[in-house]
Design a protein around this ligand. Sequence first.
Ligand SMILES: [Zn+2]
Length: 319
Amino acid sequence: MASLRSTFPGLAALALAGCAELKMAPVEEYPVTAQRVILISIDGARADALPHLSTVSSLIGRAVWTDAMQTVLPALTLPAHLSMLSGRDVTQYGITQNEMDAGIAAVMRLNGMTPMFEWARVADLRSAAVAGMSLIPAAQRAEAQAFFGVDTLVATDGDAPALASAAIALLRADTSVRMMFIHFPDADFAGHTYGWIGSDGAHTSAYRAALARVDSAIAALWSEIGSSVDAGHTALIVTADHGGGHGDGCNTGEAPTHTHCTAHAGDHLVPFVLVAKNATAARLTGDVTITQVAPTVGALLGLPLPERVARPVELGGVQ
Ligand SMILES: [Zn+2]
């Protein structure tokens, strides 16, 4: 699991230092746009978990998707989420540990790496994030909010159903939110506790059960937003930070089946499923990386993107 826990105080330094000046590249035309984009990260969802997420799988026929998106190395929650949300591979700048500290914040700022919520803020679009208290404890919410530059941060003590309910409540309460990030920790917890895979190499039943719980939460969210997606107002992206089960040599004190960090496909590959009206359904081919997630969110919203971020995923628009 991640651990922004007990590490945020140092981030106050970043907040006080103010945002790095954002150098934006000219807006490039993107074939599909949306008024609102919802990005879901299923912590610890291996690429081969996709068939076991029934709601997400049912959307593939109308999605731009892959079951081979590459996360960063080491495949860990913090560097992966920072890369997912900034469009830059933070490990290239030495950010490879799983604990947030002021050094990370400084490295990101000095190298012009910014969370996508800042891009929304520059364009006067409201953003929101919903995460478990395990990721962002109440005492550190203010610092986390400042670091990510997110307008509304809901940190709730609960699992996927509680997080989905919080997200739905927020969407109803504030219809001006244009960018939302939702983090579901359940599958990662199950993996660390019971193993992603058993000695037979198959997913453990506890991991599958956690995936099912997350998928039910996504189903609840889909009931809320599906008609808006059909109308072309909302776009949905479901992805993950890393997989798990092949953590040989990760030095976490856990069995390799109970952790992650390596370049093995089980750890390194994650699903990516984008559903938007007018996006031509297609399976993404070639190298697709987690750094393309935030730029894709930004491109869908028509936002200027910072210089040096990865390309948005390639998609075709229905004419
Ligand atoms: Zn983990």
